[in-house]
Write a protein that binds this ligand. Structure first.
Ligand code: ADP
Ligand code: MG
Length: 421
């Protein structure tokens, strides 16, 4: 996923933005996906009351910050703050939480708890923090749910890849290490709060779930402080609180071969969004793409799809599910996604075909747009709106649009475009 700064806004016209935003918002709303928008009358009343009662000094403002290099990625936080000082303090707290998770869970930090587990857990039980214990339990839950496609022990082979230096294990190295991949090697004891590996050679890496978890932690901090409109993004994982200026937050799904293009945009309100792509960390050798999502059954990169985007209530969930399509293939993964009512997915296959969960199929659309479309409450009404009856989601099997046919957009960019203040 791309969450971009204001610099990219110029790439799309307001009209484009309005049309696609409206189309997609209506699609998802028509599909009955979660939204907490209130009807127009109560929204207007709420706004009128808010303006009437608010002291003049508390004008409020949007604030954002980007920090590079936490969990090996870029963290972006944007929120609406009635009090700028409280806004800054809240962003400080979110960044501190991200650093804490990095310090605890990074395999690149020898002092992290996860590094300690990797050093010691094959020898015997290792006592770990409740936070790590809970996340390991969550990781096991996603392993079971995805029939082993999501598996943090992928690292038993995965540690031999280095996508910066184009290093990969030989076939013999993979063969020797492969038996150590398997989530069933991870033995958790809730009584003693310990973790143990059932055999030597097992390693874990939380790179496929810790960012989603950190986004949820960041969102929880903002919710606890009363923020009603915010976005937290870490790498491919994002979650939003509320809407932005009365409109959904917009996030774009990157074209797998053209980083400056999006293939489609997704409106979000009170939801999380993760995209996994084979273009994030990779190298090509002898025409073969080696990338960072590893098939636990083979120890090789999982090449069944190019990109998978999941939308669900929490970023831990979207992160825990976004790797599955690479390993099981689009159709196999869709069976799992379609069995989860709170999950939507958009998958891009190697031939450019895009597949969707049933709850994003155009055939499921009711005939009329929902009454609340364009009338959501927020700190202010944005300029985008109006309706068009253009096609909604691309049909099942639609191809990735050709280069240049889509504009770059994201939560941040759309948010800036949506400037009503
Ligand atoms: P991002 O790190 O940008 O959020 P992803 O959510 O796609 O990207 O996660 C990719 C990471 O997931 C890899 O870098 C690796 O740490 C981890 N990973 C790779 N293969 C698997 C797998 N089969 N199961 C669980 N985690 C995996
Ligand atoms: Mg992720």
């Amino acid at each position: 996923m791309r969450v971009r700064g204001a610099g990219n806004v110029a790439r799309r016209t307001l009209k484009d933005a309005a049309q696609s935003l409206d189309r997609e918002r209506r699609c998802r709303y028509a599909l009955g996906m979660r939204n907490n928008h209130r009807p127009l009358a109560s929204a207007s009343l709420a706004l009128l009351l808010a303006f009437a009662l608010a002291p003049a000094a508390h004008a409020g403002q949007w604030m954002s910050r980007t920090v590079d290099g936490i969990m090996g990625t870029r963290i972006f936080v944007e929120l609406w703050a009635d009090d700028p000082q409280q806004g800054q303090q809240a962003i400080d707290a979110v960044m501190a939480e991200m650093r804490h998770i990095d310090d605890t869970m990074s395999t690149f930090k020898p002092t992290s708890e996860v590094s300690k587990v990797n050093r010691l857990a094959a020898r015997g039980p290792v006592v770990i923090s409740p936070e790590l214990f809970n996340l390991l339990e969550t990781a096991l839950y996603y392993s079971r749910l995805t029939h082993g496609a999501f598996d943090i022990t992928y690292a038993s082979v995965g540690y031999m890849y280095d996508f910066h230096t184009h290093k990969r294990p030989t076939a013999a190295q993979i063969k020797a290490a492969l038996p150590a991949i398997g989530y069933k090697h991870l033995l958790l004891d809730p009584k003693t709060h310990t973790v143990r590996f059932s055999m030597p050679g097992v390693r874990i890496d939380l790179g496929g779930i810790a960012k989603g978890y950190s986004v949820d932690q960041g969102i929880n901090i903002l919710l606890a402080r009363g923020f009603k409109h915010a976005l937290v993004n870490a790498g491919g994982d994002s979650r939003v609180i509320g809407d932005r200026m009365g409109r959904p937050w917009m996030v774009g799904i990157q074209h797998p071969d053209h980083p400056d293009e999006v293939v489609t945009r997704v409106p979000l309100v009170n939801e999380a969004f993760s995209t996994s792509g084979d273009y994030e960390r990779y190298f090509i050798q002898n025409g073969v793409r080696y990338h960072h999502i590893i098939n636990p059954h083979t120890g090789d990169s999982a090449r069944q799809v190019r990109s998978a985007t999941i939308i669900a209530p929490t970023a831990t969930r979207t992160d825990g599910l976004s790797k599955t399509a690479f390993v099981l293939g689009a159709e196999g993964a869709l069976k799992i996604y379609n069995s989860l009512p709170d999950v939507s997915a958009i998958i891009i296959k190697p031939n450019g075909q895009m597949l969707y969960t049933d709850n994003l199929q155009p055939g499921n659309l009711p005939p009329a747009a929902p009454p609340e479309a364009g009338a959501a409450p927020g700190p202010a009404s944005g300029p985008l709106g109006g309706g068009d009856d253009a096609a909604l989601t691309p049909p099942q099997g639609a191809s990735v649009p050709p280069p240049g046919s889509t504009a770059v957009v994201s939560g941040a960019a759309a948010a800036t475009t949506n400037s009503g203040h």
